[in-house]
Design a protein around this ligand. Structure first.
Ligand code: F6R
Length: 367
């Protein structure tokens, strides 16, 4: 059932190109220029009436929501708040009838996420669910449901479910942009063209897994490290850090690169690994200067960069991993893949149970 892979997690990492294709399938018009989300029952008037969006989820699904916030704000120009469900449900959030609440849950059964959904509905908000399981509690109770077509995810550490959630957010962002006319048709068609290239681009990353295995093996000798990035790179840094923690038990922290100097930089000492994501063109110089700051204090820096930037970045880092060129907003769908593989191979190198990490369950149906 592992189809020749040693672990479900590795199999699921390799299933991502298919998960991307399946999640896009049937949701893009034949001419490739428009998003068709027939599952969304909101009228144009209702969409125009959305004053704010709240994205609520747990763990990895929450990290997908962090990217979703940037996507929706950038494409549809609607303000978006994000919350972990266990906080949202108890903080008496301001939920109005013109709030769209989006819950994200692979399983659709996470107790806190379900409670957040119910709280939102009680307050009269429209609730949209992004979930991988048809007929799950979240799917049944939400007003609108976008099913991610990742297929069953067995490994406790979520991989293809996360990236399929990103695809769902891209589709939703484009859908809202088209309805609200915040972006023109040509621009939307251009993003869709780039989205269609993602599956092959992920394949090209997977072909370089052996490089990441070596990186992971050297990381596995450390007990602390940092992930840094700005913008959506910071969102991906948080996911990379969680993935590494949960299956390798190595402590890491994800930091917004510009925030380091407000305290955390004190922890940077000789030899500490720093994984820096630097894929966002508009933030490139800023992140590069943060990389130089940690490097000057002895950090061993692995930079996840855009292909073509090798020459400029190589002087400031120890190692580089290049992802294929795409639009800045879409980069998370590529840049997270090397981080998943690093987590996998680090866990393997340390001899842990990759698919069933200690203390964790696949579906958290109790608070
Ligand atoms: C981490 C992981 C968890 C889940 C979280 C939410 O790899 O899998 O953080 O993302 O428990 O689960 P769902 O998406 O089923 O609500």
């Amino acid at each position: 059932e592992k189809a020749g892979f040693d672990h479900f997690m590795l199999k699921e990492i390799y299933e991502q190109p298919k998960a991307y294709r399946d999640t896009m399938m049937g949701r893009i018009s034949e001419d490739g220029r428009r998003v068709a989300l027939k599952e969304i029952g909101m009228t144009l008037e209702e969409i125009r009436g959305i004053r704010k969006v709240q994205i609520v989820a747990c763990g990895t699904a929450f990290h997908a929501g962090l990217v979703g916030k940037t996507v929706i704000e950038d494409l549809a120009r609607i303000p978006v708040e994000t919350d972990v469900a266990s906080e949202y449900r108890y903080r008496s959030p301001i939920i109005t009838p013109d709030t769209l609440v989006i819950v994200v849950s692979q399983s659709g059964e996470t107790a806190d996420t379900l409670a957040a959904l119910r709280e939102a509905k009680r307050n009269g908000a429209r609730v949209m669910a992004i979930t991988n399981v048809v007929g799950s509690s979240v799917a049944r109770e939400a007003d609108d449901v976008i099913i991610t077509q990742a297929g069953p995810e067995i490994a406790v550490a979520s991989t293809k479910a996360y990236t399929s959630q990103l695809i769902a957010f891209y589709l939703l962002g484009l859908y809202l942009a088209e309805k609200l006319e915040t972006r023109d048709e040509k621009w939307i068609a251009n993003v869709l063209t780039s989205m269609n290239q993602l599956p092959e681009q992920v394949e090209s990353i997977l072909d370089q897994a052996n490089v990441l295995k070596q990186v992971a093996e050297s990381i596995s000798k450390h007990s602390n490290l940092f992930f840094i990035g700005r913008g959506v790179d910071f969102a991906v840094a948080q996911e990379g850090s969680l993935k590494l923690k949960e299956i390798s038990y190595i402590h890491s922290e994800a930091y917004a690169a510009g925030e380091l100097k407000h305290g955390t930089l004190a922890l940077i000492e000789d030899g500490i690994p720093v994984i820096a994501l630097i894929t966002q063109e508009q933030l490139y110089e800023k992140t590069l200067s943060n990389i130089k700051e940690v490097k000057a204090r002895g950090a061993h820096v692995l930079a996840v960069i855009n292909a073509g930037h090798e020459g400029e970045v190589s002087k400031s880092v120890d190692e580089m991993f290049a992802i294929p060129r795409t639009l800045p907003l879409l980069a998370p769908a590529l840049s997270v893949v090397p981080l998943q593989l690093i987590a996998y191979y680090a866990s393997l190198a340390l001899g842990h149970d990759v698919d069933k990490p200690r203390n964790l369950a696949k579906s958290v149906t109790v608070e």
